[in-house]
Design a protein around this ligand. Structure first.
Ligand code: FAD
Ligand code: DHB
Length: 389
């Protein structure tokens, strides 16, 4: 099979890119390792920046988002005693939207076939070939048969563990990495949220986040040592811990319920640069990972795809290769700022094993400063709503 752009991975990055290209008449095929149901079963991001919402609007795929998404004009930091309100709308004039990654992915998936976006699910042994040339190809197997897709470009949207980044010779780029000594244990439950807005808490016992998916569905997280699994956290024990870490005011409004989903996600900061090698471009988690504090991962995937689709559209439809040539540089400028924000909010809100009483006092003092300073709140708010493209 021949196409113009072969896309590896049908997560938010791959599906968004495919729709943006298809809308401009560019041919593409998306290849995904697992099934569509498996992709939708992964409970991940919950907070969208305007940049991400705008891309869905440009595609005309924002009707469900408009009806069901919850605009949030602020969020809270907590230090175990009180809430520090960050008025993001008042400070920046912008808002964020609570709308699950699952829902965004479902909207993109449902629109794929009606719009002629071809997605091949359950493709095994996906491998990239000749990426240093102008005629790369992909091989995979499905239902016992081997297949080949020839393309002008390959876009690696296959997440942190996918084959795309690994196809780039180590000497052709540089990886920056920080692995954190804890993971986030998340619980999803059909209970009303404890607060109208999100709460990120740094309690002496550790981090907690109160989030939501809808007025009747809540998402909560705590940080746990990497040695612990969901089996160490039966529902009641997890609800007890959330009540302590979120503080008495929030605890008074927590409704408990059985877990619809519970999982532990490790925390990592990672950047691979450049985001292009020959005819292969990386986008989203394939190129970079942020720790989830700050809700930047999915939104970075969306901004990468905005730059990348602009580059590919100019290349194919205007015979202008300049925007594609500067893709990596443009995307990385935004990536590094989100990396910094996610890292610093993680540092502020978690207990690190090596931290002593001095480091804890520094966190408390910083939260106290933020509580009293409009300048500090503005700096947080403008990063939280997303930096301009
Ligand atoms: P993925 O979603 O990882 O998609 C990659 C796809 O490639 C997958 O479907 C995978 O199956 C496929 N693939 C992998 N290997 C192969 C292969 N060999 N062949 C073919 N296909 C392959 N971000 C936010 O912006 N806001 C948040 O609130 C937020 N909260 C989060 C909470 C948690 C607990 C976690 C874990 C993440 C969170 N994130 C958040 C991050 C966000 O989920 C990711 O950044 C986002 O999924 C990246 O999208 P992607 O399309 O680049 O990668
Ligand atoms: C959610 C995840 C995040 O990483 C975050 O910062 C806020 C909300 C969530 O899953 O709801």
């Amino acid at each position: 099979v021949k196409t113009q752009v072969a896309i590896v991975g049908a997560g938010p990055a791959g599906l968004l890119l495919a729709h943006l290209l298809k809308a401009e008449g560019i041919d593409c095929i998306v290849i995904e390792r697992v099934s569509g149901d498996y992709v939708l079963g992964r409970i991940r991001a919950g907070v969208l920046e305007q940049v991400t919402i705008d891309l869905m609007a440009r595609l005309g795929l924002d009707s469900r988002m408009k009806a069901e998404g919850l605009y949030h004009e602020g969020f809270n930091l907590a230090d175990g005693r009180r809430l520090i309100h960050i008025d993001i709308a008042g400070l920046t004039g912008k808002r964020v939207m609570v709308y699950g990654q699952t829902e965004l992915t479902r909207d993109l998936m449902d629109a794929a076939s009606p719009r002629g976006v071809e997605v091949i699910y359950e493709a095994a042994n996906v491998a990239l070939h000749d990426i240093e040339t102008d005629a790369p190809h992909i091989t995979y197997s499905k239902d016992g048969l081997n297949h080949r897709i020839d393309a002008r470009f390959i876009c690696g949207c296959d997440g942190f563990h996918g084959p795309s980044r690994q196809a780039i010779p180590k000497s052709a780029g540089k990886a920056y990495e920080r692995v954190y000594p804890f993971g986030w244990l998340g619980i999803l439950a059909d209970v009303p949220p404890c607060e109208a807005e999100l709460i990120y808490a740094n309690h002496e016992r550790g981090f907690a986040l109160a989030s939501m998916r809808s007025p009747t569905r809540s998402r909560y997280y705590i940080d746990v040592p990497l040695s612990e699994t969901v089996d160490d956290w039966p529902d009641e024990k997890l609800w007890d811990e959330l009540a302590i870490r979120l503080g008495p005011d929030a605890a008074a409004h927590i409704t408990r319920g059985p877990a619809l989903e519970k999982s532990v996600a490790p925390l990592r900061s990672f950047v691979f640069e450049p985001m292009r090698y020959g005819s292969l471009m990386l986008a989203g988690d394939a190129a970079h990972i942020v720790p989830p504090t700050g809700a930047k991962g999915l939104n970075l995937a969306a901004s990468d795809v905005a730059y990348l689709s602009d580059g590919l559209i100019a290349y194919f439809n205007k015979q202008d290769s300049a925007p594609l040539a500067s893709y990596s540089e443009k995307a990385l400028a935004r990536v590094w700022k989100s990396e910094r924000f996610s890292w610093s909010l993680t540092r502020l809100m978690h207990r690190f094993p090596e931290d002593g009483s001095f480091e804890r006092a520094m966190q408390v003092a910083e939260l106290d400063y933020i509580a009293s300073s409009k300048a500090a709140q503005t700096a947080i708010a403008e990063n939280y709503v997303g930096l301009p493209l």
